[in-house]
Design a protein around this ligand. Structure first.
Ligand SMILES: [Fe+2]
Ligand SMILES: [Fe+2]
Length: 475
């Protein structure tokens, strides 16, 4: 790979790609061997109930910003999943760690194979996991527009799996091929063989959770990809850069989805003239208190995905060029050899070598990014003269990993006894009856132009089409 390679995607191959697959016969054979297994997995574990339906989906046809998307009807099992890397950056050098300033690597250094493989497998595992989690959502879609967006997210997560499997096959030999098989064998929520990360073993059976997931958990994905896009291993960097363009759409689905939930709730509040949650629920909308509880749950569980505040693995990954910080270029010091970072723990402020605190650095960038949508939602609420503010809970709240795992706090981060936490749990996190209420709201709407009562229509459609457009032909 290098200069002169054509960056448009070659669709004449069995596996669409811009990595010149046809010139590497053994890699091509290995991937063609994996492809039918992937398709079996898709039909068994992918979106349920619509395999014969035409969906108006976007397919990547090039990797440049201007031509990477082409829209058209496609049956999901016929989607052209492939291998697309962003264009190489000429003379790219390593941007952080002990090898700062040296040329990036086109191969994985032997002594770092295990660590690189682990990080690629962990990222790769989340992609099919989310498809599995969302498997039955289509059966309760609030509109054809939303159904189409779900499918777009699903096929792209499928492609992200391809992206990681390509790296495993191309750069990790037999171990890589075995890992690629196992990515199809673990399943979300499977007691014997679960997905690697906890959050990805929770089924997502309602659309409020789906929008929360695409807002908060896909955003974790964004920050993991941003830090891997900095990697010294150039094929990994280029893969992740292209995945980020797709990831942006997933977060758009989350942000606009949650905005539309709030918009609808505000309309209903105006109609009924009260902010009594029961009255709002009686009209078939989601009260803001319940919205906040779902947010508390998904935000706190997504924070855990960044790992422990203090981590020797994170230090190793930074020192060795495996994983940088998101937007590494914005930092002054790219070595962080002797620097310290103050991190709050349950035993007070601790000074941690910055390299060991990289998980926390990434988590802080993530939290800041999460807060942007909340500002927008709170403006909507304020404009309706409603006295309510949606808040991100403290990063100490409801944690299962890191310093705060041992400690119970309220959503503001004040320590409370276990007893009090248990008493208040149903005020802070979704209760059984909240789940029942939300799942009862989820009724399938598939008439073109129609939308479920708990959700406002989108401001605009996909690819300049209106809401009336038949985004999925369900017959
Ligand atoms: Fe993804
Ligand atoms: Fe995603």
């Amino acid at each position: 790979m290098g200069k002169g390679i054509k960056m448009s995607i070659n669709y004449s191959d069995r596996i669409p790609n811009n990595v010149n697959l046809s010139s590497d016969r053994s890699l091509q054979r290995a991937l063609e061997h994996w492809q039918p297994r992937f398709l079996d997995w898709w039909s068994e574990m992918g979106p349920g109930g619509y395999s014969g339906s035409d969906a108006y989906l976007r397919t990547a046809v090039g990797v440049n910003a201007k031509d990477w998307a082409s829209y058209g009807y496609v049956k999901m099992p016929d989607y052209r999943w492939g291998i697309f890397l962003a264009d190489p950056v000429e003379n790219r050098t390593i941007g952080f760690g002990d090898n700062y300033g040296k040329p990036v690597w086109q191969k994985v250094p032997g002594e770092l194979r295990t660590q690189f493989r682990r990080i690629i497998v962990t990222q790769g595992d989340t992609e099919p996991a989310s498809v599995e989690q969302q498997r039955l959502l289509g059966l309760t879609c609030p509109s054809l527009y939303d159904l189409r967006n779900l499918f777009q997210v699903n096929v792209e997560e499928g492609r992200h799996l391809w992206a990681m499997v390509y790296l495993l096959h191309a750069y990790f030999g037999r171990d890589g091929r075995e890992e690629a098989e196992e990515l199809l064998e673990r399943h979300s929520g499977d007691l014997d063989n679960p997905r690697i990360l906890g959050t990805f073993n929770q089924p997502i059976t309602d659309w409020l959770s789906f929008f929360m997931f695409t807002y908060f958990t896909d955003r974790d994905g964004k920050f993991q990809l941003k830090s891997l896009a900095e990697s010294a291993f150039d094929p990994l960097s280029r893969t992740c850069r292209f995945m980020l363009t797709e990831e942006a759409h997933h977060m758009f689905v989350g942000e606009t989805g949650l905005s539309r939930v709030i918009k609808r709730t505000l309309q209903v509040m105006k109609q009924v003239g009260t902010d009594d949650p029961d009255a709002i629920r009686a009209e078939g909308a989601i009260d803001l208190q319940t919205f906040q509880k779902y947010l508390n749950f998904w935000y706190s569980s997504s924070l855990d995905l960044f790992g422990a505040e203090e981590s020797s693995n994170a230090a190793f990954a930074f020192a060795n060029g495996i994983k940088g910080r998101s937007d590494e270029a914005q930092y002054r010091d790219h070595l962080e050899v002797n620097s310290l970072l103050k991190v709050e723990s349950h035993q007070g402020i601790r000074e941690i070598p910055t390299r060991n605190a990289m998980n926390e650095v990434l988590r802080a960038s993530y939290s800041q990014d999460c807060s942007i949508g909340l500002k927008r939602w709170n403006r909507l609420i304020a404009r309706s003269n409603i006295d309510f503010e949606i808040c991100l809970p403290s990063t100490k709240f409801n944690r299962n990993i890191g310093f705060w795992r041992e400690v119970d706090t309220d959503p503001k981060g004040t320590q409370v006894s276990r007893n009090l936490f248990d008493k208040k749990r149903e005020e802070w996190l979704p209760s059984e009856s909240d789940h029942d209420f939300i799942s009862n709201l989820m009724q399938r709407v598939v008439e073109p132009g129609k939308i479920a009562g708990w959700l406002a229509p989108p401001e605009r459609g996909i690819d300049n089409k209106g809401l009336e457009y038949e985004y999925v032909r369900t017959q």
